[in-house]
Design a binder for this molecule. Structure first.
Ligand code: DQA
Length: 145
């Protein structure tokens, strides 16, 4: 059976490609999804984006036991949300945190991530390729939960 991976994106990432392209690049979220499907034909991708914290939590709960892993860009909730940290912990899935930009090289308020300690790993600052690297990491993960 094909492995299934959820690509989960948080607030404002629906505007990828339009939003501050000097920081986030010119690829849309659909371009990112398309590249993933081309690069990993052996994987079934589920995709979900929401600007709402609760919807992201609900989608993580829904993924519990249903996917082999999650690639998660929580957007600005990275820096504010204990609820997302709790959700990632609760679902007991391999979750790789991804950021297009390198938050540590930006404003001070982006330097802290609530989500990182709940994740298996984190890829940041490499642009859209980070999503592909995260999928690669999930497919090769031997880490126990
Ligand atoms: C981001 C970084 C966050 O600080 C920011 O709020 C985002 C995007 C990134 O992918 O670089 O919305 O998660």
């Amino acid at each position: 059976m094909k492995p299934t991976i959820l690509i989960l994106n948080g607030p404002n990432l629906n505007l990828l490609g339009i939003r501050e392209p000097h920081i986030y690049g010119r690829k849309s979220l659909d371009d990112v999804y398309q590249s993933l499907r081309e690069r990993f034909p052996e994987v079934t991708f589920q995709t979900f984006q929401s600007n709402s914290e609760g919807a992201l939590i609900d989608r993580l709960h829904e993924a519990r036991g249903q996917v082999m892993g999650v690639v998660f860009n929580p957007g600005a909730y990275t820096h504010t949300s204990i609820a997302l940290y709790d959700a990632v912990k609760a679902v007991e899935l391999h979750v790789i945190e991804v950021h297009l930009s390198l938050p540590e090289a930006r404003e001070q308020y982006r330097h802290h991530s609530y989500v990182t300690p709940a994740c298996q790993g984190r890829i940041a600052g490499l642009g859209a390729i980070g999503y592909q690297l995260a999928v690669e990491a999930l497919l090769n993960s031997t880490k126990p939960m």
